[in-house]
Design a protein around this ligand. Structure first.
Ligand code: ZN
Length: 490
């Protein structure tokens, strides 16, 4: 009976979370401009309701009196997730929660202004306050463990900074070498010309469906930043269009479809329960990245995408599927993480991980952050940051207190590398299907091995079960060196 009471409480919480999430989706897609102040109140009210439910002492009592030995595997997983959410929420002092919310909101505005005016000094006092508050949060949640791990755990339950650092240390030298070798060679041609946004959206819809996105339980809208939102029977995505760069819309869409189909493909028996969501940010990103890169940027599937592009835009100046594959996968020097290719992306993430870990540990002062960023960037990329918006002011995350979030991007890439190797071993003729736009041998494999489980297993465990061994960075590095070695002749 105690379990029934707990799961009923959790179902109502899941419903309220879905409502809150849809308010956020609406704000980015449909909301009239003038509604902003009212929406802020609506969302704050929902956040207060959800926080009160998370710390409800009745939930603590039920969790304490529960006889877990009598539960089956799914129920035990539900309880594990409920216990985790309740413990974390109750360890946070209420005044710290309020102070973080206030500081975040001010720091976010200060960051946007500082970025626009290239004024690092204007942002640093806000960042110092955020770092101090996140250190307090970490101390409240972590007990005696490493402070950074307590923050990382919020996005990647069970992961530790030491484990992530070891993975990144193994990635970095081979990525730096591959990057330098590729950029030493002549770059393939990119796209030029005008690509009508409406035709881009039509193509995005077609490609989304080809990747298994179910539009009877989803929809695609335009927004400033691509994201996916929701779970279960209602999972929506956004994308964006740039008339001179159709790859932005195309690959943002495929990426978000990876996130969205993960949520859509979770076993319906878990609907509106704690197990009925993607298990971690890293596992989520493994799905979006394998859809976007290992499948979406493969030679086989880009052959099919080339034909769809010709149907949508006519002759767009690329001679054939081979030239198109090179255009999709070309490397360029650059400063911006979100615009980086498969080879360079993880170097951006590692830089941020090392710096934020040092900040939270108290080993790096906020006043020394810009110099540390610029030194590290010059070492990994071989040229100097030319302005703060190309350096430490480029990402929104730190202004919003999202410390511990960045590594989940690369963890997702590493997991995607492992899943891709296992998928290729299980489905040797995958390319024949991809070449005609049929992703189902891959997407069905991912649904069966990863997506349907939701939060049933811990994050790393779901990957370990899918690939039959502990995940590591080897498969991702082997894949990148083979793919880009062939493209660039290095
Ligand atoms: Zn993503």
């Amino acid at each position: 009976m105690t379990y029934a009471a707990l799961i009923a409480q959790a179902r109502t919480t899941a419903a309220l979370e879905a409502v809150a999430e849809r308010l956020g989706w609406d704000q980015e897609t449909m909301m009239p401009d003038g509604a902003g102040p009212q929406r802020a109140e609506e969302m704050a009210a929902m956040a207060a309701v959800l926080h009160a439910r998370a710390v409800d002492p009745q939930v603590g009592d039920w969790l304490a009196e529960l006889d877990e030995a009598a539960l089956d595997d799914v129920a035990r997983a539900q309880v594990r997730l409920m216990r985790r959410a309740h413990d974390r929420a109750t360890r946070m002092p209420a005044d710290l929660v309020a102070e973080l919310a206030r500081t975040r909101s001010m720091a976010h505005r200060a960051w946007a202004a500082a970025r626009a005016s290239e004024d690092v000094a204007a942002f640093l006092p806000h960042l110092a306050r955020i770092v101090a508050l996140k250190q307090q949060e970490a101390a409240a949640v972590a007990g005696n463990g490493p402070a950074y791990d307590a923050l990382l755990d919020d996005y990647e339950p069970g992961a530790t900074g030491a484990e992530v650092a070891a993975m990144f240390d193994a990635l970095r030298p081979r990525l730096v070498a591959l990057r330098a070798a590729c950029l030493d060679r002549p770059a393939p041609a990119g796209l030029t010309g005008h690509f009508a946004p409406e035709a881009q959206m039509a193509l995005a819809g077609k490609v989304a469906v080809a990747f298994g996105y179910d539009l009877t339980h989803g929809r695609i809208d335009r927004a400033v930043h691509p994201f996916s939102s929701g779970s279960g029977l209602d999972v929506r995505i956004t994308t964006r269009t740039a008339a001179d760069d159709p790859f932005n819309c195309l690959y943002s869409t495929i990426h978000e479809v990876g996130h969205a189909t993960y949520e859509q493909n979770i076993d319906r028996a878990y609907l509106m329960t704690p197990v009925g969501r993607g298990v971690s940010m890293g596992v989520h990103e493994s799905q979006s990245r394998i859809y976007e890169n290992q499948l979406g940027r493969s030679r086989a599937l880009t052959g099919w995408i080339f034909d769809q592009m010709r149907d949508a835009f006519g002759d767009f100046g690329v001679a054939d599927a081979s030239a198109f594959y090179l255009a999709v996968n070309r490397l360029r020097p650059g400063f911006i993480r979100t615009e980086a290719d498969e080879v360079q992306y993880n170097l951006h993430v590692m830089l941020r991980f090392d710096l934020e870990r040092a900040l939270i540990a108290g080993d790096l002062a906020v006043g020394d952050l810009e110099a540390a960023w610029n030194d590290r960037f010059a070492r990994d990329f071989g040229y100097a940051v030319d302005r703060p918006s190309h350096g430490l002011l480029q990402d929104v995350h730190w202004s919003e207190g999202l410390f511990g979030y960045f590594p989940t991007y690369t963890l997702g890439n590493v997991y995607a590398g492992c899943l891709h190797a296992a998928l290729r071993a299980d489905v040797p003729d995958l390319d024949a299907a991809l070449a005609v736009g049929d992703t189902s041998p891959a997407t069905h494999w991912l649904r069966d091995k990863v997506q349907r489980h939701g939060g049933l297993y811990a994050a790393r465990e779901v990957i370990t079960r899918a690939i039959g061994q502990e995940p590591g960075e080897g498969p991702l590095l082997d894949y990148l060196e083979a793919k880009f070695g062939a493209i660039y002749g290095v």
